[in-house]
Every structure is written in C-alpha cells, then in structure tokens.
Design a protein around this ligand. Structure first.
Ligand SMILES: [Zn+2]
Length: 390
C-alpha cells in the first residue's frame, strides 16, 4: 500500500515536471485602462446621451471639476496624464506630428515604461498619429495607432482597442478617442455635432468596457475615464478655464460607487493624478518629483471628511474596515447613517459622531452637521477661487 502511495506521488511529480516547462512568475492580476476623450469638456458631456459613461458614474467615483495642464493642448496634456508631471518637466511642448528624425520622447518615464519594468504588458490605441511621441521604443507592446499624419475614427479606435484586448489582454492600456476634439475644432465646443460625436465616443467606451467584461477582466481593472482638455468656440488653449476643466471618473476594485469627489472640499484632481493613481494601484513607486498624487479618497475605508493632504501625499493604506454604507450613493437621506458608521474621531475635525448626531462643540461645519446641502450645489465661483487654481 505504501509502495502504491509512493508511486502515485512520484507519478504526480512527473506529470508536473513534464507538463510544466519553467513557469513565469505569476503576474499581478491588476490592470489599468485609461480612456481619454479628446476635448471632452465636462458640461458638454453631461448634455450628451451617454449611457455607458453614466453607468461608469454609478459604478465609481468622479468629479467634473478635474483640471488639465495649463497648456490645455492634446499632446502635452496626454503626456502629463501618463507621466505624472507638468509639461515644463516632461518637455513635450509640441502638439503635432513631427518627422521621425525630430521625434522626441518625454523627459520622464511614461506609465507604459514603468509598467513594463514591473512585468506588465502595455498597449496604446489612439485616434491621432502624433501619439507616437508617447511610445518610446520597447515600452508599448501593442501600439494600435494610425500611420503618420493619419487618424482613426472613434469606431475604429474602439474596434482596435477591443481586438487588442481580446488578442493580447494588455495589462496597462490607454485608449484615446479623438472625435470630440475634431468636432469642436470644426464646428465648435458645445455644438450639436460635437454632442453627437461624444455620443459616438460613448458607444466606443461601451464597446471597450463590454470587451473587458466578456474577458472577465472588468473586476480587476482600474478604469479611469478622463480628457486632455475642453475648449470654447473652435479652440482651446492656455488661460481659458473652459479648456482646463476635464472629467475624471474612476471605477475599479474597492472604489466607492456613485461618489462625487467634490464632497472633499480641498481636493482638486489634476491630470497628473491619473498617472499617480494608476501607479499606486499597480504597485509602482512614485518618484519624489512627480507632481501627481493618488486619489485615495475614492477608496472604501478612506476617511470621508478628510482634509486632503498635500499634493505630494503618498497613498495611505486604509487602516479601518470599510464602513457599511460607504459604497452606497451618498445623499441627504443616508448621510446621517454614514456618519454614524464612520464613528471615529476625525483627524483635525474631531467629528465625535454619536448616534448619527454631532456633538454641539464639533468643529464640523453646520452643513455637515445637519446633513443638508452636501449634495446640492457645486459651488459656482470663478475658477480663480478654486483651491489650488493657478
Ligand atoms: Zn486634444
């Protein structure tokens, strides 16, 4: 009997040896998908019929008051989005196709480059050929790009991205839709044709997300949907706040659902934060000179009313269990319950929530104490008054 058992074990070991060539290390299941809607000004997006984007809003945390670089141009802003630093640092200050011999790459590593060093596979599906400047050789495994000075329609980008996902399952991917920007320059920001273009992009977003779901990759993917700039009339650029506001929507493991990030008074999401948030998720350490910060406030277990730390803040591990209800929509009716569940003293605010009510001496502002008005009214100051605006 003992002999039979020994033979069985030996046989099993042989099967493992024969069937298994040396196996590569088990890759992290984490994935990042960044979707950029070129020229996607938040208020125009909100006027459009975009069921897929709205589904992402319900599934994640978001702000329509994020901001892009001061330059507010396509290539510099996208470079900041995926390097985490300002254009002054990354050096991509041009915004056009350049001849191959003049092509320059960013001074800072892109998320593709850093992800590759960590063993992740990478892909870029773009509607404009000038995105080649983001593809330093050997950093993008699957460049799904138009040839020089050509472009892809948004439907083509969606198809390329979906096919790329099916064939290669890249772990870090940027998908860029150009149609909103083209319609803006051709007809105008906020025009009906631009709204129609954004609705087409929404279909493309739905197709790409649908592919992720079909491949059972959706649950492990951090998805960030954002834009490189907005615009006004038929242009965009430096000094125009209508060009600098962008949407920022994040969906993924542990991210609160249906949470408007403007609930955090001092939080300004910058385009460099897309890079930092994605890196933090992938386990990539941020350099000290990175301008972006991970948006930790969107995670379950993060303090709801935390004063936001300095822009250089590094991700803070959640030390408290997620309170029940933090994943739900935060609205007037359940905010009191939420406070009750978050019954711990808050750093700097000394919340002292007892039984869902605030102690009289609490430092929390009356609006929070009453639970009223927290969702009513994005403030309408001039942009100059937004925190950190410059
Ligand atoms: Zn653009």
């Amino acid at each position: 009997m003992k002999l039979i058992a020994q033979c069985t074990v030996a046989l099993l070991l042989c099967v493992v040896c024969v069937s298994g060539q040396p196996q590569p290390p088990v890759a992290s299941p984490k994935r990042v998908l960044i979707i950029s809607i070129d020229g996607g000004r938040p208020d125009v997006l909100l006027r459009a019929n975009t069921p897929n984007l709205r589904e992402l809003l319900a599934a994640g945390s978001f702000t329509f008051w994020a901001r892009t670089t001061e330059m507010a141009n396509t290539l510099p802003s996208h470079t900041s989005m995926i390097t985490g630093v300002t254009p002054q640092k990354h050096g991509i200050n041009f915004n056009k196709d350049v001849p191959e011999e003049e092509l320059r790459y960013p001074n800072y590593p892109t998320i593709f480059e850093l992800a590759k060093k960590k063993g992740y596979s990478t892909a870029l599906a773009a509607g404009k050929s000038k995105f080649i400047a983001l593809c330093r050789p050997k950093t993008v495994d699957y460049p799904l790009m138009p040839s020089a000075k050509a472009s892809f329609t948004d439907a083509e980008v969606a198809t390329k991205a979906s096919e790329g996902l099916r064939e290669h399952q890249p772990q870090v991917m940027l998908v860029h839709f150009a149609g909103g920007d083209k319609a803006g320059h051709a007809i105008g920001w906020g025009s009906e044709p631009q709204i129609e273009a954004l609705e087409e992009i929404d279909k493309g977003v739905g197709k790409v997300i649908g592919t992720l779901k079909e491949l059972n990759l959706y649950e492990t993917t951090l998805i960030i949907v954002t834009a490189d700039h907005g615009g006004a009339a038929r242009s965009h650029g430096q000094g125009d706040v209508r060009a600098r506001h962008i949407p920022w929507i994040a969906v993924g493991p542990g991210i609160r659902k249906n949470l408007d990030l403007t609930i955090f008074k001092d939080l300004v999401v910058n385009t460099e934060d897309t890079f930092a948030t994605a890196c933090a998720y992938l386990g990539i350490t941020l350099g000290d000179d990175i301008d972006g910060k991970p948006i930790t406030q969107m995670y379950d277990g993060a303090e709801l009313m935390q004063d936001i730390a300095s822009p250089k803040a590094k991700p803070k591990p959640a030390t408290r269990p997620a309170a029940s209800g933090t994943n739900a929509a935060i609205n007037k009716s359940n905010f009191t319950d939420l406070l009750k569940n978050l019954s711990y003293a808050h750093e700097g605010l000394n919340a002292n929530v007892i039984g869902g009510k605030l102690k009289p001496n609490s430092n929390i502002s009356p609006e929070f104490a009453s639970g009223a008005d927290i969702c009513s009214g994005i403030p309408q100051p001039s942009d100059k008054t937004l925190p950190g605006w410059n």
